[in-house]
Each structure stands twice: as structure tokens, then as C-alpha cells.
Write a protein that binds this ligand. Structure first.
Ligand code: OFO
Length: 172
């Protein structure tokens, strides 16, 4: 049976993951509206990833005999000044999520919930990748944003990203 405080914090994190999904879906819409379908695809895959992160926690709470309590999703931005501004927000957001995951890990250590420590290790690794991806794209976009040909090429490259549910692989 999962500890009540741990359960509450994981439920809060499910909400944060779904909020992230909503944010990236909004960014995907913005890219579509700004004629960058490849960037829109990249953000749509990001949205799918965030749903899978939330669902991994959803399944975990049930596995531990706990209760999932879904909360309202707060509103997200719908407009950005530039492509770089989108990735700047993405990077800042992922840094915030990393600190939230670290907070969950602190609680798991404090209450000696070894199963949850093990579970959260997947998220600790995932956040390293999430921050690195956002930072790399931010740096690239900052460099080429004014060069239409380079943006066109990057858009084509980002159009090839496909969603793979890494949370299922990790649970096999
Ligand atoms: Fe769930 O990793 Fe991004 O927010």
C-alpha cells in the first residue's frame, strides 16, 4: 500500500505531466498556425510523451493499491513572440519539472519508500534527456531563426519524429 503523502505528491505530479502535455499541444497548434508543420509534429510527439509520463504514474498508484485523484488542468499560453521563445519556455518548463521530480524523490527517501525511489529513477533519467533536447533545439533555433532556408530544412527534419512509448518498454 502506498503512503498517503507519497500518493498525494504523485497525484500532483500526474497533474503537472498532463499540464505539460497541454502546454506542448498548445505549442504544436502555434507552430501549425505559423506554417512550421515539422515543428508542430515535434511538439505533438512531446505532448504524447507527457501523456505517457502521467499515465505511467497513474498505473503505478494503482499497482501500489492507491487512489488516482485527477485535478483540473490550469490554462496554458497560446501565443509566443518567436520560435526561440517557444523553446525558451520549453527549457524553463523542463527545468521546473526536474525540480518537481527531485522533490518527489526527496519525499520517497524521507519516508523510505524504496519501491517509489526505484520507480522515480526512470523520471530522473528522462528529465536529463528532456532538458538536453529542449536546450539543443533552443540553441539551434536561436542560431538559424532568421535564415528561412535553414528553418525549412530543420522543419523537414523535425517532421520525422515519431512517438515511441518508452514508459511501456520500461515496464516490460
Ligand atoms: Fe514529463 O517530462 Fe517533460 O515535462
Amino acid at each position: 500500500m502506498i503512503n498517503e503523502r507519497m500518493q498525494k505528491e504523485i497525484n500532483d505530479q500526474i497533474n503537472a505531466e498532463f499540464w505539460s502535455a497541454y502546454l506542448y499541444l498548445s505549442m504544436s497548434a502555434w507552430f501549425t498556425q505559423n506554417n512550421l508543420p515539422g515543428f508542430a509534429n515535434w511538439m505533438y510527439v512531446q505532448y504524447q510523451e507527457e501523456i505517457s509520463h502521467g499515465m505511467k504514474m497513474f498505473r503505478y498508484i494503482h499497482e501500489r493499491g492507491g487512489e488516482v485523484k485527477l485535478k483540473p488542468i490550469a490554462k496554458v499560453d497560446t501565443n509566443w513572440k518567436s520560435c526561440a521563445a517557444v523553446f525558451n519556455d520549453t527549457l524553463n518548463h523542463e527545468r521546473k519539472v526536474t525540480s518537481l521530480i527531485n522533490g518527489l524523490m526527496d519525499t520517497a527517501h524521507e519516508i523510505k519508500d524504496y519501491a517509489t525511489i526505484n520507480f522515480l529513477n526512470w523520471y530522473i533519467d528522462e528529465q536529463v534527456e528532456e532538458e538536453a533536447n529542449a536546450e539543443e533545439l533552443l540553441n539551434t533555433v536561436k542560431m538559424i531563426e532568421k535564415d528561412h532556408a535553414a528553418m525549412y530544412t530543420l522543419d523537414k527534419e523535425l517532421a520525422t519524429r515519431v512517438f515511441v512509448d518508452a514508459t511501456l518498454k520500461a515496464e516490460e
